[in-house]
Design a protein around this ligand. Structure first.
Ligand SMILES: [Zn+2]
Length: 275
């Protein structure tokens, strides 16, 4: 486990998950200012312990822990903290119940539920938490001072910065995932923070978002029948964890009755409006 000080206000805590064919980082971020901090995701319990030990040795007081969705690698670490308010989506329950089944520890039930947006001010810093369904139904993202955008698992990369294809868990809706990525493109920020990936600066991002929109659009328009090769913008060998596509096919099937044409027409219409 390692601690990376990105700057005087932002710290990344991360570990490496090594699977058979791929390795990737799993991170949590601490934003702090004038002795008050907010933890954005909490990793596995062992990462949570590592963070708590570090905070106990500092003068930083945690104001809140944001759980961007209830998967073990984001939510389990919060269980080592006591009396710190937990913030999560008001749609958290389904994923919480499933996650509880794979977690050895009692997960923390959130104290603050985000219905649309939720704002935390720390001194002059503005931490905006907002709903971004995609990877899961209960997904949240965090925008800090229009400098940092934390997208959680709506963008994924392996340890070599290879793009991991969008991952739609059993709760997620592919249309919402598309919309979320589309909306990220219109936000103002300088640096992108991923749970599973390296910290990225703006010039790299258009490519990153475009790749995912391309995949999701093709996947949706084929009514979830196209092979992975036909959904990806580049050759499949340029991507990591392509086996996820099969999971996506299975999980997206329930949305097959929605008319993709009208969805993309309305997305294009809103694009023209904003131009
Ligand atoms: Zn994750």
């Amino acid at each position: 486990m390692e601690k990376i000080i990105i700057n005087e206000n932002l710290t990344q805590y991360r570990l490496i998950e090594a699977l058979d064919r791929v390795s990737y980082y799993t991170s949590a971020f601490l934003f702090h200012n004038k002795g008050q901090g907010v933890l954005i995701d909490s990793g596995y319990r062992r990462l949570g312990k590592f963070i708590k030990k570090d905070l106990d040795q500092s003068s930083i007081v945690l104001k809140a822990i944001i759980i961007t969705h209830y998967h073990k690698d984001h939510a389990e670490g919060s269980t080592v903290f006591k009396n710190v308010p937990i913030i999560a989506s008001d749609l958290y329950e389904d994923t919480f119940t499933k996650c509880q089944n794979v977690t050895t520890y009692e997960l923390d039930i959130p104290n603050i539920l985000v219905e649309d947006k939720y704002l935390i001010n720390i001194d002059t810093s503005r931490i905006e938490i907002f709903k971004t369904p995609g990877h899961t139904k209960c997904g949240l993202s965090v925008l800090i001072n229009n400098d940092y955008l934390y997208v959680s698992d709506n963008l994924l990369e392996d340890i070599n910065n290879k793009i991991i294809v969008p991952y739609l868990d059993v709760s997620s809706n592919p249309y919402e995932h598309y919309k979320t990525i589309y909306e990220y493109q219109h936000l103002q920020f300088k640096t992108l923070l991923l749970t599973h990936g390296q910290v990225k600066n703006n010039p790299n991002l258009i490519y990153e978002f475009g790749e995912r929109l391309f995949y999701l659009e093709n996947f949706i328009k084929s009514e979830f029948t196209k092979d992975i090769d036909e959904c990806l913008q580049n050759k499949a060998e340029n991507y990591s964890m392509t086996a996820i596509h099969k999971i996506n096919v299975r999980n997206a099937k329930k949305y097959v009755s929605i008319q993709p044409t009208s969805f993309f027409e309305s997305m294009n219409a809103s694009q023209k409006k904003s131009d």
